[in-house]
Design a protein around this ligand. Structure first.
Ligand code: HEM
Length: 413
């Protein structure tokens, strides 16, 4: 039976529900007319990331490529071509450049907070997206255009729906790809200067294994694969605001203890729904826990399910940053941004940046005083990507707005 409709309607609950019904850690299904299996658990994650067994070419459906990832991106490459392209991303995100990105985001956020007034509510989602857009564009060497922030948000918001959000996402991607392809062309002929070490310079000058430059379209796609997911961190900032509203006792410790802010960031990534699953294709006949997986079968790793597995995470629906206080996540347990080694597999190259950004934002939120009108704080698991219904709307409190920002170093947060 084809479960495409269930996937669209049930959202994050689709695979966990299927697993419960079939009473197994590996479940069989069909999506988009293709035979599929869904797996969950650290062993499954390790199995999933072995690129001799599971490949990515042709896996991501065209509507997702037309919105979220772009065509011909790193996500759909395999083997040596993948590793070569992946080095481009890892090269633009060394620790010192992550420091610079976090600092830029903190400055952009403080600037926005300073402009807040007590007579107007603000959405943490929108404010964080605007600050992150300014920061990542500046950091990447890309000028911010009129539509940049809205377009980057739209591409994320519209990838998993067939309605108007989807068409907005397609338009946003077309507009930004055209703009960035033009920018890359200008860098290559020397009309626009891109500072060394920026993502713009790296993408414009990146060479394929055969020595050729990336074509302009692919260069724009990969530049967007740095900008867009950085802005996706705004979803996690919104969820951090939600967590601080529900569990206000966490505020003091967060403000005081940078190590705790890192644990808090991991727990936000585990607890709240964002990326639902990742997919690959069986390169040959495979066997998992005694079950045969035929060549060509779509293999899904259930991210949301694994991040709420009670065996891995006792009381998974309780928000407990303490889980990560003594030790950070391992390579295969917290799979919010994929699993395994980012250099050899498809694990997200932006994960260290996201953890640092989120810890920095969480500490700033913890020291900011605001009221939460609570217009609608529902988070529906049927909507992908999930969001707090009102965007986590807050009303600033005047005396504390001026004092925004955290003293001390964010470098360890
Ligand atoms: C909210 C923040 C983010 C989330 C939830 C997220 C999540 C993910 C997930 C689930 C994957 C797929 C892993 C797989 O296929 O096995 C991924 C891949 C990727 N992410 Fe992120 N990510 C985020 C932020 C970032 C940032 C900040 C960057 C870059 C600056 C980035 C760049 C990428 C790229 C280029 C890939 C493709 C890697 C590959 O195919 O080898 N992401 N991300």
């Amino acid at each position: 039976m084809d479960h495409t409709l269930d996937a669209l309607v049930d959202g994050y609950a689709w695979l966990p529900a299927l697993r419960r019904r079939q009473g197994s850690d590996i479940v069989e299904t069909r999506v988009l007319g293709r035979r599929a299996v869904a797996l969950s658990g650290p062993g499954a994650a390790e199995f999933f990331v072995d690129d001799r067994d599971i490949v990515r070419e042709g896996v991501v459906p065209a509507p997702v490529r037309a919105t979220l990832f772009g065509f011909d991106s790193v996500h759909g490459l395999d083997g040596p071509a993948h590793r070569h392209r992946k080095r481009l991303f890892l090269a633009v995100l060394p620790p010192e450049r992550v420091d610079a990105l976090v600092a830029a985001a903190g400055t952009a956020w403080d600037r926005r907070v300073a402009a807040w007034t007590a007579d107007r509510t603000v959405s943490l989602h929108e404010e964080a997206a605007a600050a992150l857009t300014d920061a990542v564009c500046d950091w990447a060497g890309v000028p911010v255009g009129d539509h940049t922030a809205d377009d980057l948000v739209a591409m994320i918001d519209g990838f998993a729906t067939l309605g108007p959000r989807h068409w907005r996402a397609r338009r946003a991607r077309r507009r930004q790809e055209a703009r960035l392809a033009g920018l890359v062309a200008e860098v290559r002929v020397g009309v626009h200067q891109a500072a060394a070490g920026t993502a713009l310079a790296a993408v414009a000058h990146h060479r394929e294994p055969d020595g050729s430059l990336l074509d302009q379209h692919t260069a724009a796609v990969e530049l967007l694969n740095v900008l867009r997911p950085t802005v996706a961190t705004a979803w996690l900032v919104m969820f951090a605001g939600h967590a601080l509203h529900r569990w206000p006792r966490l505020r003091d410790r967060l403000a005081e203890d940078p190590g705790y802010a890192t644990a808090f960031a991991h727990e936000v990534r585990r607890f709240y729904p964002f990326a639902p699953y990742v997919g690959g294709r069986a390169a040959r006949e495979l066997h998992w826990h005694g079950q045969r997986i035929r060549p060509g079968t779509l293999v899904l790793l259930d991210i949301f399910g694994q991040n709420h597995d009670p065996v891995l995470w006792p009381a998974p629906y309780e928000f407990r940053p303490e889980r990560f206080a003594a030790r950070g996540p391992g390579d295969f347990d917290l799979v919010a941004q994929g699993a395994g080694d980012p250099e050899t597999g498809h694990r997200c190259p932006g994960e260290p940046a996201v953890v640092r950004l989120l810890a920095m934002f969480a500490r700033r939120l913890a020291t900011l005083e605001y009221a939460v009108p609570g217009n609608d704080l529902d988070i529906s698991l049927r909507r992908i990507p999930a969001r707090v219904a009102d965007g986590m709307t807050i009303r600033p409190v005047p005396a504390r707005v001026a004092a925004a920002g955290v003293t001390g170093s964010d470098a360890t947060a």
